[in-house]
Design a protein around this ligand. Structure first.
Ligand SMILES: NC(=O)c1ccc[n+]([C@@H]2O[C@H](COP(=O)([O-])OP(=O)(O)OC[C@H]3O[C@@H](n4cnc5c(N)ncnc54)[C@H](O)[C@@H]3O)[C@@H](O)[C@H]2O)c1
Length: 351
């Protein structure tokens, strides 16, 4: 047994319901912080005054997603490596674990490879939390754990029926969170994200969320691929709403030891999504239908009653407003890319 194992179970005092306040400045590790959702969370927690460390191997995330800030530290490392997880967890008060190969399809294509990140990576970070005496652990699980739900909206009480290696790994991670909570007193929360969308979701990745891909292709005049008939539904939730919930849960004792859905509680079909994008962009989408993909579920809608009870509200940004904000952010990004593409010599070479 090494010296770490002799440590007492986690520091519960900092996470006692009476003593934990969001106003306390914390040292927080965000794994996967250079990715889509992670980078928005980084911005929010830094703005709240916390000291944030990011652990990311940049496999799908980007350094450019992260702000330059003296309260932000970046470690390029891998959750599959126990040593990287331990180093990143050293000295922090809380961990948000978002690092993952965030794709059902990738897990179907390469189950063993994605398992190493999505399952063992989670276990490595939990173990690092225990050894380093970290009190709080927030885990990005997924609505994929429900599989094809028998009843909608789908509540946390529903029987999980994972249909893909991705979903099985996320569910396995939740079970391990429960174990570490019960055995070591870790204040752990698993959030089952529904379909998150917003700026910085990489539209060039074949595995990316459908909204970023659709938006990019419609604007480029390219055909959009719809798997199946397009009548499958999802509960789309805007990234700022997700980040708001994650930030609010940091020191909220009602969320400790629980599994909570993060969705809006509203279904939207892919066809409805396409029409909304057509309306907002003023362009017609050229649709190409392909057979449904393995592991994809037919319908999905979150029951958000438990989330409301825990934090007092549920995400509310309507899809139309979220899409408009996304398109605006994409425009701003393009404009700033154009400005930085103009070299100083080109600027000074006027008549
Ligand atoms: N986007 C969604 O709709 C959605 C839905 C359900 C769950 N989730 C979960 O939320 C989390 C964030 O997803 P996202 O959409 O921001 O995806 P993302 O791909 O943008 O972010 C994942 C981040 O993890 C990093 N990463 C991957 N493997 C790693 C490894 N082995 N070690 C260290 N870093 C690694 C990537 O580089 C990336 O920065 C993931 O856990 C994902 O499974 C997302």
């Amino acid at each position: 047994m090494d010296s770490h194992d002799a440590r007492p179970a986690l520091a519960p005092l900092a996470w006692n319901a009476d003593t934990a306040h969001t106003s306390i400045i914390m040292r927080i590790l965000i794994s996967g912080g250079a990715g889509f959702i992670g980078s928005h969370l980084v911005e929010r927690l830094v703005a709240d005054g916390h000291r944030v460390r990011v652990l990311d191997n940049l496999s799908s995330g980007r350094r450019a997603n992260l702000p330059h800030h003296r309260q932000l530290e970046f470690i390029e490392g891998d959750v599959r490596e126990a040593a990287d997880a331990a180093c990143a967890a050293h000295g922090v008060d809380a961990i948000y674990h978002l690092a993952a190969v965030a794709s059902v399809q990738a897990s179907v294509d390469a189950p063993a490879a994605t398992h190493a990140t999505n399952f063992l990576g989670t276990l490595n970070l939990l173990e690092a939390a225990r050894r380093e005496g970290v009190g709080r652990f927030v885990y990005a699980s997924s609505a994929a754990v429900y599989g094809d739900a028998e009843l909608l909206p789908v509540s946390e009480e529903s029987r999980p029926r994972p249909l893909s290696p991705y979903a099985a790994d996320k569910l396995g991670g939740e079970h391990y969170l429960r174990f570490y909570g019960q055995r070591y007193g870790l204040a752990a929360t698993a959030f089952r994200f529904f379909n998150v969308y917003g700026p910085r979701q990489d539209p060039t990745s074949p595995y990316s969320g459908v909204i970023s891909v659709f938006a990019e292709r419609i604007r480029a005049g390219a055909a959009v691929t719809v798997f199946g008939d397009g009548r499958q539904t999802r509960d789309f939730v805007y990234v700022s709403d997700v980040v708001e919930v994650l930030a609010a849960s940091l020191a909220n004792a009602r969320t400790y030891g629980t599994v909570l859905n993060i969705g809006r509680g509203v279904e939207c079909s892919l066809l409805e999504l396409l029409s909304e994008l057509e309306r907002l962009t003023g362009r017609r989408a050229r649709r190409r239908h392909e057979p449904p993909r393995a592991g994809d579920v037919r319908h999905s809608r979150a029951d958000v009653a438990r989330l409301r009870a825990a934090i007092g509200y549920a995400p509310a940004t309507p899809v139309a407003a979220g899409l408009a904000a996304l398109l605006e952010a994409q425009d701003a990004e393009r404009a700033s890319a154009r400005v930085s593409a103009v070299s100083p010599s080109a600027i000074s070479s006027g008549p």
